[in-house]
Design a protein around this ligand. Sequence first.
Ligand SMILES: Nc1ncnc2c1ncn2[C@@H]1O[C@H](COP(=O)(O)OP(=O)(O)OP(=O)(O)O)[C@@H](O)[C@H]1O
Ligand SMILES: [Mg+2]
Length: 385
Amino acid sequence: MTAAPATPSGAFSAPDAVTPETDDPVFSVRNLWKVFGPKADRVPGDTSLTGLSATEVRERTGCTAAVRDVSFDVARGEVFVVMGLSGSGKSTLVRCLTRLIEPTAGTLHIDGEDVLAMDRSRLRELRRTRAAMVFQHFGLLPHRTVVDNVAYGLEIQGVGRAERRARAAEMIEKVGLAGLGERRPGQLSGGQQQRVGLARALAVDPEVLLFDEPFSALDPLIRRDMQEEVIRLHREEGRTMVFITHDLAEALRIGDRIALMRDGEIVQLGTPEEIVAAPADDYVRDFVRDVPREQVISVRRAMRPALAGEADTGVALAPGTVVAEAVEAVARSGGHVRVVEDGRTLGVVDHARLLAVVAGLDPDAAGPAPDAADSHTTGGEVAAV
Ligand SMILES: Nc1ncnc2c1ncn2[C@@H]1O[C@H](COP(=O)(O)OP(=O)(O)OP(=O)(O)O)[C@@H](O)[C@H]1O
Ligand SMILES: [Mg+2]
């Protein structure tokens, strides 16, 4: 999976994925392990341990396997969300990406370059210019003004004062803090401080932004504002982002894809729609239980093949339209509406299909289309779900 997938529009929808410049992933992670504790490096290779739960490994060895045999790619231009309960290994995993935490085993590449083979100066460059991190507790320098905080990354790169202040002013404006450049962090609200943290990360123009629960200290309204900010930045710049959260609504709102972690493992990796519509196990099902499905699941997943005559008539919706929006169209039409892509009818949705989604049923198991015997496929144009 390399290309950022298209996602539906709607209340919980992700931003439109930006077309990757190339299909090469930004990060490519294979069989990555991070084990804390005595003789940690023996754990990944020991087959008598690798099948055990995290608790069993701890009991047997005294080691904590924080990340266990994790593999994934982060595609160029996508927002890749890492989600999971507290202690599931999210921070450890993301810190491993730039070796703020040294992985115990596995392979790790950025733009095809072996991160584990980087020497100190190359690593420093990676962290300063290629993959900037935004932390939960802002990490601002209290005695410096906002401008100087934002310019800090450029300063340690050796950029001249005039240039870095100009660039900082630009970033301050971009994150909505125009006019506050001469204040100190203590004179800002929590949300404003987090914007400074974001501006500081953006100032070095990194290829990837890594966020470790950046908004969890903020109250809900400001948090929502900051999510919008991230979505806007992503849309405007197409910057690749890896974003940790344990808030499902946040993950669904901003993620192109979500990796769900439990006990150091990725238990499911997919689009918000895939995770909500087809949870891999009970842990994931529990996570997504209260999600309003109609705001995440698209008509592409809800549709059935068109019957004779249906493929050419009626209102047309794009395949990414979420069910919540399709409900209105179906209610108005009184019958079916078509799911159309590039002028082709892929299928149709009607009351029964949409209700099945809302009810959490598999639309295909919710009964056949009316008069299914009449079903036709015009030259392969009508696809089953
Ligand atoms: N330096 C360390 N030494 C030993 N164990 C550690 C260390 N850092 C993390 N751990 C353990 O590794 C596991 C994963 O921790 P991690 O911080 O990655 O979780 P997290 O998913 O980010 O949790 P949270 O949502 O609370 O931030 C936990 O069991 C934690 O106690
Ligand atoms: Mg954490």
